[in-house]
Ligand binder design. Structure first.
Ligand code: FAD
Ligand code: A2P
Length: 264
């Protein structure tokens, strides 16, 4: 079966393995697909019984990119990723072209500092938004906080952030505006600790030379991690006086699940 027969079928163009649990890949983009940087779609592979195995995935590439990029976990016995982790360039992949999501600029009211708060593969929507010109046009400062247990899990984000300055479209816009704060909670690295703790204690402000704490007047935030992380960050942002927003009622911060946990 090819794209001409099934318009939902796209072709893998590139695969990069970052750790034994994480990989990224790029696929062809259907001409008709329009999305806002930060949104997610359903992607998958054909199942044994002819029924596709589909899962939600944040689009990690920006809206202007000719291809689509995704950043994925490898769950050893996961119905999709136990197979998806073996894809190679040229392989077909199913993509349902109905992008949705709340991690979009439209869902935030204007502010001066924008915080991207992610754990694990929750970095994916920010890989899109960091390459989105609107991010750099709308804010004076963007702080990318990404926390993982181990140092190797930060590699995809680290490489992406390092490439921003060289990006012909946004390199000039990014200059002097981006503060990157990768932390680990198990491995020893330059910055250690949970995002919730470094925000609450003021450590991140001290490390980056920023004025704190967060305030609804200047700060906006986008959050993507596990359910527990999202819940705890939301409680913290509420405490600082920020209000949650949505597509229909823009606010000071927005939240998306990076995945749905066991038994949830
Ligand atoms: P599943 O049966 O779906 O999951 C099995 C178990 O693995 C889960 O119960 C959970 O404990 C764990 N798990 C699943 N996904 C993750 C993850 N990303 N990180 C850590 N543990 C996980 N996944 C991505 O890898 N990249 C994305 O960009 C992405 N975007 C998502 C956006 C949304 C809105 C949602 C709801 C989920 C997203 N996911 C993403 C999760 C994705 O939909 C699948 O759960 C994942 O691909 C695993 O699929 P599976 O069929 O192999 O296992
Ligand atoms: P920790 O190692 O202290 O649990 P996980 O792999 O469990 O999804 O976690 C990814 C990262 O997010 C880890 O660094 C983990 O820190 C951190 N984390 C998990 N839950 C929370 C939470 N509720 N608040 C803040 N950080 C969290």
């Amino acid at each position: 079966m090819n794209q001409a027969v099934n318009p939902d079928l796209q072709t893998v163009t590139q695969v990069t393995h970052w750790t034994d649990r994480l990989f990224s890949f790029r696929v062809t983009r259907p001409r008709s697909l329009r999305f806002r940087s930060g949104e997610f779609v359903m992607i998958g592979l054909p199942g044994d019984n002819g029924k596709p195995v589909l899962r939600a995935y944040s689009i990690a590439s920006p809206a202007w990119d000719e291809e689509l990029e995704f950043y994925s976990i490898k769950v050893p016995d996961g119905p999709l990723t136990s197979r998806l982790q073996h894809i190679r360039p040229g392989d077909p992949i199913i993509l349902r072209p109905k992008p949705v999501g709340t991690l979009v600029h439209d869902a935030l009211t204007p502010g001066r500092r924008l915080w991207f708060l992610a754990t694990g593969t929750g970095f994916a929507p920010f890989a899109s938004l960091l390459r989105e010109p609107e991010t750099w046009e709308a804010y004076d400062q963007v702080i990318m906080m990404h926390t993982c247990r181990e140092a190797g899990e930060l590699d995809y984000g680290r490489a992406l952030v390092a490439g921003l300055a060289e990006d012909p479209l946004i390199g000039d816009l990014v200059a002097g505006k981006l503060l990157y704060y990768p932390t680990t909670t198990r491995d020893e690295t330059r910055f250690k600790g949970r995002i919730t703790d470094t925000l609450a204690s003021g450590q991140v402000f001290a490390d980056l030379g920023l004025t704190g704490p967060l305030s609804a007047e200047t700060d906006r935030a986008m959050v993507c991690g596990s359910l527990a992380f999202n819940r705890d960050v939301a409680a913290l942002l509420d405490r600082f006086g920020l209000r949650e927003g949505s597509n229909s009622a823009p606010g000071d911060y927005v939240i998306e699940k990076a995945f749905v946990g066991d038994g949830v």
